[in-house]
Design a protein around this ligand. Structure first.
Ligand SMILES: Cc1cc2nc3c(=O)[nH]c(=O)nc-3n(C[C@H](O)[C@H](O)[C@H](O)COP(=O)(O)OP(=O)(O)OC[C@H]3O[C@@H](n4cnc5c(N)ncnc54)[C@H](O)[C@@H]3O)c2cc1C
Length: 466
């Protein structure tokens, strides 16, 4: 057990205070920008601001993050067996080297600081707080033990400090994942693969241990609509037959029927590119010879969850069978049941509301990123809802920052966030984070892992202590 880091002595001197000392031109306008949320949207917003700087225009950026670790879902969402995707963090770290950039990790908006204060002190506030709450299925039995959301399961295996103690019961042979997008696929794959395939990854140690002891051998991934409507992406589908210890099943006939329907409704006889690629990848999955592995992953389409049943915990789930009529999904009235001990719903996310800003339909009420009548803007999942890959946030940030620059008035002459934060709070600045990062990487090295994630806030803060 480490010792608690020293009380922060607030050592920051904001660059805007040094303008005259540095002998900069009087014509230079420097604006103070607070970005809240250090996920992809936060870093790409900072990058877009840095790229917009000119001889007359400069930005002092403060990036505020509630966790002691930055990178958002790149750390706590992206699957551990997809390490290449996480290399985008190099871009984030480059953004952080800019002299006018400061990280305020371990500082939560709404608890440690108030939005009203940021609005007052900063020229612009950009909300990049993402979407962290799992959408509910709204069916009976959903709250039984053994029924959880991907919004708990994913951060559990990825070592998010708030989910270390999530109630994940793997003491069952069959698991069912509800949802037909990449998050559902990640959940299904992590449950169905042989955990030796995760040994050399940064899967949280507590999760790896539990996955090794897991009794799960059969995993279903289910979608309410047809294969042609699935939100999976083709590269993720194409990776499935490469799983060494898991046989993956899709009904070849269902894929052909989906192809015929897609063709029948296609404009000019051309199926949309994404759908065509997806169906092609699904065909490969369906027709790849199975190896007779004891672990399997099976996709079931046109299956709508109706009820989760069990006396004290999940014992089975009932699905209604849908069909497609004239392009519409219709309930046939027939049902089927899967006996299982774990149900994971992965049907989307919504944002956790923050005091001082209006949320509607799970995201911040905004007009193309502007929050009308305020100096607040929003980028990423907080703005758009939970859609789009990491790169989508880059173009989103660049579009919104154009509006920010367009709207700029005279820079404020005001204090920044440093005098607002309670001196009891340990601020994880960039150097502090770099020490945490280096310590995690060093701990992973002897085991051939990219890092070993520390999952307690207390120990994370201790890791970065000077
Ligand atoms: C399970 C999963 C797997 C994914 N896999 C991939 C993939 O393989 N490839 C890919 O391209 N995309 C993937 N994505 C999508 C990608 O992660 C998102 O597009 C991206 O992370 C959204 O960025 P964001 O910055 O809007 O939100 P987030 O990444 O969620 O970042 C939001 C940040 O805000 C912080 N925050 C929240 N509230 C506060 C507050 N009150 N005060 C201070 N800070 C706060 C959070 O702690 C977090 O760090 C995946 C998403 C999920 C859910």
């Amino acid at each position: 057990m480490g010792t608690f880091p020293p009380v922060n002595s607030n050592p920051y001197v904001h660059p805007s205070k040094n303008l005259k000392v540095l002998g900069m031109e009087e014509s230079l306008k420097r604006y103070k920008i607070a970005i809240v949320g250090a996920g992809p949207a936060g870093y790409f917003s900072a990058q877009a601001l840095q790229n917009s700087e000119t001889e007359e225009l400069s930005f002092a950026i403060d990036l505020i993050e509630r966790l002691p670790t930055p990178w958002g879902l790149v750390r706590s969402g992206v699957a551990p067996d997809h390490p290449k995707i996480k290399t985008v963090s190099k871009v984030f770290e480059k953004v952080a080297t800019h002299p006018n950039f400061r990280l305020f990790g371990n500082v939560e908006l709404g608890t440690d600081i108030k939005l009203a204060d940021l609005i007052e002190r900063y020229d612009v506030v950009i909300m990049c707080t993402g979407s962290s709450i799992g959408k509910k299925l709204g069916i009976p039995g959903e709250d039984l033990p053994g029924s959880i959301s991907a919004a708990e399961f994913v951060p559990w295996y990825n070592g998010h400090p708030d989910y270390v103690f999530a109630d994940v019961d793997l003491d069952t042979e069959v698991a069912v994942v509800i949802g037909a997008g990449n998050v559902a696929m990640d959940c299904g794959r992590i449950l169905a693969l042989n955990p030796v395939e995760l040994d050399a990854t940064d899967t949280a140690e507590h999760a790896l241990e539990k996955l090794h002891a897991s009794q799960i051998r059969k995993v279903y991934i289910t979608g309410r609509r047809g294969p042609e409507h699935a939100a999976f992406t083709a590269p993720e589908l194409r990776d499935l037959p490469k799983l060494e210890h898991t046989d993956v099943y899709m009904d070849a006939q269902a894929i052909e029927e989906a192809h015929s329907r897609a063709l029948a409704s296609a404009v000019d006889g051309e199926i949309e590119k994404e759908i065509r690629n997806n169906l092609e990848a699904m065909r490969i999955v369906a027709t790849t010879e199975k190896k007779g592995n004891e672990r399997s992953l099976e996709f079931r389409f046109l299956s709508a969850p109706k009820e989760i049943r069990g006396e004290f915990k999940v014992e089975e789930i009932v699905f209604g069978i849908n069909e497609i009529q004239d392009g519409k999904v219709v309930d046939t009235g027939e049902t089927y049941t899967i006996k299982c001990g774990l149900v994971i719903s992965a049907i989307g996310y919504e944002a956790l509301p923050i005091e001082g800003v209006t949320f509607e339909k799970g995201k911040i009420l905004n007009e193309e990123g502007r929050v009308p009548g305020t100096n607040i803007y929003t980028v990423g999942w907080a703005k758009r809802g939970p859609s789009g890959v990491i790169g989508t946030n880059k173009s989103d940030a660049s579009d919104v920052v154009k509006l920010v620059v367009e709207d700029l008035g005279e820079p404020k002459d005001s204090e920044d966030v440093t005098t607002l934060i309670d001196s009891e709070i340990v601020i994880v600045d960039q150097a502090y984070w770099e020490r945490i990062n280096a310590a995690e990487i060093a701990a992973g090295e002897p085991l051939g892992k990219p890092r070993i994630k520390e999952v307690s806030r207390f120990l994370l803060l201790s890791l970065g202590q000077n």
